[in-house]
Write a new protein. Sequence first.
Length: 404
Amino acid sequence: MKNIMILGLLFTATVGYAQSTSENYIQSGTCLNGDCSKKTEIITYFDGLGRAKQIVNVKATATGKDLVTPVVYDGAGRQTKDILPVPVSSLNAAIHTGIVNENSANSYYGVANAYAEKEIENSPLDRILQQAQPGDDWKMGAGHTVKYRYEVNESSEVKKFLTTTTTNTVGTVTNTESSVPFVAGNIFYDAGTLYKNTVTDEDGTPVTQFQNGRGQVVLIRRSDGIQNTDTYYVYNEYGQQAFAIPPKAVQQIEQNNNTVTQNILNELCYQYRYDGQGRQVEKRLPGKDDWEFIVYDAADRPVLTQDPNLKSQGLWMLTKYDSFGRIAYTGLLAGGSRAGMQAQIGNQVVSEAQIATGFNKNGLMVYYTNAFFSNFQRFLPFTIMTFIQEIPRNFPLLKSLTSM
């Protein structure tokens, strides 16, 4: 019976529109209501090479017209123009044979370039050199294009912050601790060792990104034509981001004879530490009085987090998950050090299941189990609102696979 119903639905969908049967196409639809009486239909027609050549949004306008977007390619098979869609009288999903390039769009919008255009370099890399937007003021040659430049760094162009990383072990729990030398220095990356990619926007403002051989960003440089604004990203010996140094910190380091002090790090920089599995377990944000801590379960999900305020109270924010990995509920838990809490749950998967009986905490009934950290103190306020809105008292339990 199910097969007959499915075939019937397919037959109805087929006869509802008159797709061009002489063309290769893919039809997709999205139901806008429960019975699918309102829906969107998109037909993509393909050429003999399997490339899209026309996209038809069937009766997509308020007046029931098709929105037709032609797709064109250059001699190397690259799509260098993204043409704006044109509203035309509907052909019930059939291909519009008269719309094959930008001419119809140019005529409808009254401009010479009703399309975004890319200038691509003549190399196997196919990198974009220049990009223009629709409209006469933004077309190629009008002086308002986005420009891309690909180079390598020069000597004395990018500072190189060296780190020293130690590993601290408490029982079975480890974490890295990286530092930079607190001595005067002015070390730079050697010429040609970094990728230098510059994007200049329509107003002529450049943003330059420097990447190392691993693809990691080590510097983002913005310029107003007078001075540079630099943000450095520093990685430890294991390739993990240990520091982010914002522009104000860079300025103070330069004014301090290129010496990085602990005060500059604590007040102006972002600092990160990791465990033996490469997970970020500690971080310190600019101006914070202390570190923030993260504890993971065996499924690599953050279960406990602690900021300086919670640390002063001896509390952790507890996050529990359901069997699908979604957050079930959150609360506050009394606990000790990060190493101690990590050793406690590092080999467990903190997952709670839906049950009909539930449990009561602070006058709130929650229809989940409470197997892990059952002695947590209370729910967080936003958790209560989540339960009131999303979890009815008598929700239907999921059927087991054996009963289906």
